[in-house]
Design a protein around this ligand. Structure first.
Ligand code: HEM
Ligand code: HEM
Length: 144
């Protein structure tokens, strides 16, 4: 169970990053190209949203089964930057990123037919992406 989830979470991270980058870049092109955000663009934004939502559900379960998750939380672990990343910073920042990305998707959905939809995706997905990149355990991923 633990190993399977760990691998899933590790592989799905590629889809999350790729989906978010594609959505973000298309949003920038639409925004600066002065185009209208259409239903087809909304579907493209799902490329970023769906892997991110899946990842957060798997990440949450992983948090309770991984020895690096809740189990390792302690005052001692707080003093170690690697264990603090896994039990505190990574989960917290990722949840924040997921919320931002969902708010962006949700706002843009209500802005179909305007250029503003692209702005919502660009800002919220962009911020989410930065938070995610800032707290990926780069020492362990993509593997060595
Ligand atoms: C949504 C964006 C997220 C991304 C892109 C992401 C990405 C990653 C990556 C790349 C790793 C390292 C995997 C490896 O060692 O090969 C990892 C580990 C981990 N993540 Fe996430 N994660 C996300 C969300 C979450 C959330 C929301 C939680 C918990 C609430 C979480 C909990 C964990 C835990 C506990 C580990 C350590 C697993 C272990 O090696 O035992 N992640 N994550
Ligand atoms: C298996 C996991 C999940 C998948 C595949 C998934 C997929 C999706 C999809 C496709 C949408 C877009 C729906 C639309 O077009 O309106 C969406 C929206 C959303 N999801 Fe998830 N989701 C998952 C888990 C979750 C969980 C666990 C939560 C919250 C606890 C959540 C909260 C939301 C919210 C708040 C929206 C925004 C609705 C909106 O305003 O459009 N999702 N999700």
């Amino acid at each position: 169970m633990y190993q399977g989830l760990q691998h899933l979470h590790s592989y799905l991270a590629y889809a999350v990053l790729l989906g978010l980058v594609i959505s973000f870049v298309s949003a920038l092109l639409g925004l600066f190209g002065g185009k209208q955000y259409t239903n087809a663009d909304r579907k493209r934004s799902l490329l970023g949203l769906i892997p991110t939502h899946l990842q957060w559900v798997f990440g949450l379960i992983l948090y309770f089964v991984s020895p690096l998750g809740m189990e390792s939380a302690s005052g001692e672990a707080m003093k170690n930057s690697v264990s603090r990343l896994y039990f505190l910073e990574h989960p917290l920042m990722m949840v924040l990123a997921v919320i931002l990305i969902t708010v962006g998707y949700s706002r843009a959905k209500r802005q179909i037919g305007t250029n503003q939809g692209f702005k919502s995706i660009a800002i919220f997905y962009g911020l989410g992406l930065v938070l995610i990149l800032s707290r990926i355990p780069w020492n362990a991923w993509p593997g060595n």
